[in-house]
Structures are given as structure tokens and as C-alpha cells.
Design a protein around this ligand. Structure first.
Ligand code: G3H
Ligand code: 13P
Ligand code: ZN
Length: 332
């Protein structure tokens, strides 16, 4: 049993309070490997941003939970070495069971998500409450994110063809019965690089898909019901068209890619949305640079000369998000 405080990590409690009153969102970036976590920390230290490092079940399977935990511990020292101690959260993304959340808490995670959104309402409440009771009774309080409403696309072990928007009429009951510290909602975002079907979008003359707007009306209703309560947006990659074009130029095929426009995320970050989840954009940035190098330098076979520039591009992407989209720069 390790407490996150021994690793130099923090939970989300204070970070969310400041983010809600300050009108910005904390970046929640997924990581699976060393280059990703280095880029996240370099960008967040340079921009003086707090950060949530997210581990999905897929990441646990790929990289091993203990390795990931020790990487998070390592980057607390790395940030210090880079010259600035930013607040760092280690968070389980889309926890699918009580046992998984408990295991992560006992490993040293400072925050967990229990995703019961695909269960009937009462089961979601009971499961989320069970995780909160366990997490909150630890010697060092672990924060819990719950979810109401379903996002289209793949959420780790859970996938859904259609999204079901969060019903504002349920949020007060859910939050008071479960005791969650933050609530993920569904207002039109979804996971992955193709967030809408082309039939839901319009197209520019050069064929670029323009998505329908997020349901800010639902967000506003939720904020009225739960004033100042921390809200989370999943599926918030913008799917930059430059990366999609670069990947396709160098042999990839990513038909009908479309994300959430940055202005809409900026608008959401100014509201009670205080955590914005981004994974796919990082995947696109890395893949674009890796494909470019492999095509342009066929003689290259040192992975450091391939993954190093991909890491630099990732850092650029995360710095941009912190400064221009989430508004978290300067808040650490
Ligand atoms: O919510 C999904 C995240 O992007 C994690 O994806 O399960 O492929 O690691 P993954
Ligand atoms: P994206 O696929 O839009 O990056 O969303 C990531 C996410 O929500 C992780 O939980
Ligand atoms: Zn998610």
C-alpha cells in the first residue's frame, strides 16, 4: 500500500476549486510511454500548468501499472530538476470496476474515475458510491470522478454507438447520493479521431468536416443545478487537420477525421468544466512525425532519432493547449 503523497502527487480537490473559480481547465493527458510523459511534463513545467496524468486500462495492459506509477513518481523529480514544482495528479481513466479502482488507489494513484455510465442509473449510483466510500476513507483522501450520460465511441472496455446526453434532472441526485468529487458529462464530445459521422457535419469547399456545436445549453442547465461543482469533459481532442494531412501525405489513411473545435473547448473551460481529457491529439502528433521521418529518412534506424522529434512535437502541442485552449498556463 503506497499513498500518493509518498510519491509527491496531489489529488484534484484544490486544483478543481481554483480552476472553477479561475475560469480555466486542468489538462488531463493520457500516457502510455516515456516520450509521452516527458513531453507532458516539459510542456506543463514550461507553461507553469498543473497537470493530470491519466492511465487507462489499455495503458495498464500495455505498460504495467507499477511502471506507470514509478514513471509518475519519476516525473515529480523531473519537474523539480527542470526548475519548477507543478502539481501532478495520477488518475485512473475510465475505471470499470470497484476492484480496479481499489487496486489503483492502493498502488498510489491520487484520483480515480469510476465509469458506471453504461449501467442503469441505480447501479451507476451504487457502484460510484462504493468507490467514493473507499477512496475518501483513505488516510490521504483520494478524489473520485463519476460519469452520467454516455459518449459515443470507445471508452476502453465500454463502447457505444450512440451518445446519450447527460440529463440535467439527474445530476443533483447523482452527486448527493454518490459523493463524487467531479462529474463527467456528455454534451456531444466523443472518443477517438472521428467524433461525428459525416452526415452530422457540414463541409468546407475543400472537403474539411465542420462538426455540429457542443450542447452548451445542457452544460448551462447542469451548472445551474450544481453551482460551482467540478465538471469534466472527455473526448476533447480537436483532431488538428494539419496532423491528419501529414499522416495521409506520408502513407496513412484517416478518412473522415473530425474533432471538437478549440474555440468551443476554450468556452467550456471558462465555465465549471475544470478537467478536459485529451489523448487522440497526442497520438496524431506522434504518428505524423514518425511517418514523416520514416519516409524522408529511409536510412534512419535509431528509435531515438524517430521518437525524439515526435516527443518535441508533442511538447509543442501540449504547450499550445495549456496556453491557448484550456487556459491552465500560469496557474501552477
Ligand atoms: O478514453 C479513452 C482514452 O483515449 C484511452 O484510450 O484505452 O486506447 O488507452 P486507450
Ligand atoms: P480523445 O479521444 O478525444 O482524446 O479523448 C480522450 C479521453 O476522453 C480520455 O478519457
Ligand atoms: Zn474518456
Amino acid at each position: 500500500m503506497t499513498s500518493y503523497k509518498e510519491l509527491g502527487l496531489v489529488n484534484t480537490k484544490e486544483l478543481f476549486k481554483k480552476a472553477v473559480s479561475g475560469g480555466y481547465a486542468i489538462p488531463a493527458y493520457n500516457f502510455n510511454n516515456m516520450e509521452q510523459i516527458q513531453a507532458i511534463i516539459q510542456a506543463c513545467v514550461e507553461t507553469r500548468s498543473p497537470v493530470i496524468l491519466q492511465v487507462s486500462s489499455g495503458a495498464r495492459k500495455y505498460a504495467n501499472q507499477n511502471i506507470l506509477k514509478n514513471m509518475a513518481k519519476g516525473v515529480v523529480e523531473y519537474a523539480h530538476e527542470l526548475g519548477y514544482d507543478i502539481p501532478i495528479v495520477l488518475h485512473l481513466d475510465h475505471g470499470s470496476s470497484f476492484e480496479l479502482c481499489k487496486d489503483c488507489i492502493e498502488t498510489g494513484f491520487s484520483s480515480v474515475m469510476i465509469d458506471g455510465s453504461h449501467f442503469p442509473y441505480d447501479e451507476n449510483v451504487a457502484l460510484t458510491r462504493k468507490v467514493c466510500d473507499f477512496a475518501h476513507s483513505q488516510k490521504d483522501y483520494v478524489t473520485v470522478e463519476g460519469e452520467l450520460g454516455v459518449l459515443a465511441g470507445v471508452e476502453d472496455d465500454v463502447s457505444s454507438e450512440h451518445s446519450h446526453y447527460t440529463q440535467p434532472s439527474e445530476v443533483i441526485d447523482f452527486v448527493s447520493k454518490t459523493k463524487v468529487d467531479s462529474l463527467a458529462i456528455s454534451i456531444g464530445t466523443s472518443h477517438g479521431r472521428a467524433k461525428f459521422k459525416p452526415s452530422q457535419c457540414t463541409r468546407t469547399p475543400d472537403g474539411i468536416l465542420i462538426p455540429p456545436p457542443l450542447r452548451f445549453d445542457i452544460l448551462e442547465e447542469i451548472e445551474k443545478k450544481l453551482p460551482g461543482f467540478p465538471i469534466v469533459l472527455h473526448g476533447s481532442s480537436s483532431v488538428p487537420i494539419e496532423y491528419v494531412h501529414m499522416i495521409e501525405k506520408y502513407g496513412g489513411k484517416l478518412t473522415d477525421s473530425v474533432g471538437i473545435p478549440e474555440e468551443q473547448l476554450r468556452k467550456a473551460a471558462k465555465s465549471a468544466v475544470c478537467k478536459i481529457n485529451i489523448d487522440s491529439d497526442g497520438r496524431l502528433a506522434m504518428t505524423a512525425i514518425i511517418r514523416k521521418i520514416l519516409v524522408e529518412k529511409p536510412e534512419e534506424f535509431d528509435p531515438r532519432n524517430i521518437l525524439g522529434p515526435a516527443r518535441d512535437e508533442l511538447k509543442k502541442l501540449y504547450s499550445h493547449k495549456n496556453q491557448n485552449v484550456l487556459g491552465s498556463a500560469g496557474q501552477a
